[in-house]
Design a binder for this molecule. Sequence first.
Ligand code: SIN
Length: 292
Amino acid sequence: MTIEIRRLGEMAGAEILGLDFNHPLDDETVDTINRAFLDHHVVCIRDQDISIERYLEVAAVFGELQPQKIPQFAHPETDLISVLSPNLNRESDDPKSKLIVRGTFWHTDHSYHRVPVKATLLHAVTVPSKGGDTRFLNMHAAYEALPDDMKQRIEGLRSVHCLTGRRNFAGRKRRTDDEVDGPTAAHPLVRIHDDSGRRAIYMNPNRMNGIEGWSDADSDELLDALNAHCFDEAFEYRHQWKPHDLLIWDNRCLMHAASDDYHEPRLMHRALLRGSVPVGTGGANNSQGKAA
Ligand code: SIN
């Protein structure tokens, strides 16, 4: 089978053409996809009209599948898939009135666990004719573009990630320290990529309570400055979906955000691959968590 790889963006993204996952995957093809994943961080395998069973078989070739625990998004047949589909209220005069899309703010998946997920897979079952792109920020590039004094300032720091944290930018009320809830984990702010050894800023802006050992005010000042630096189109790749795209992205060095700019059905099946404890510039021990 001849496969073709084409770069999609300067910051991330490559598409792979000429594959059909309905056929068995050979080792060479798996190596090619893994290489593209490391080189481009977001890999889109086009034209994969596959069943849920085959999707799970293929995903398991790339890592250990992790159950997904939010009941309202669960796939009826398996907890290894979650279903992303916004509520579209067709009866309403205001087409946006009931559009509820998950993940519209910059994030990386499951950072509040001691072992965050390595990669996310999203299979496009139905895509809108216009809009609904997924946006990605290359956090290696964001780190490398920091001024030297900021690189020194964040070296060795750990940030505390929390499922429902104190800092929240998505329009919901910010929580107080007493209200913080759910799994919590401290991770290096500068993360060394397990496979490439490259540094990245490891952030999840809505789910970070602050810098370990720092006051809220000092933490906010630093994290706000890092957000302002990272939320920049210069680091962005924007994926425009086609039906049956299968996307795999690397949560260790990217943030991503869904777009809510569409008014037609959009149905995605999400799978997650287990990761590793994030390693920082001080070594493996500088990441701790209270809950996995
Ligand atoms: C996600 O944030 O995991 C979903 C992204 C999307 O639906 O575009």
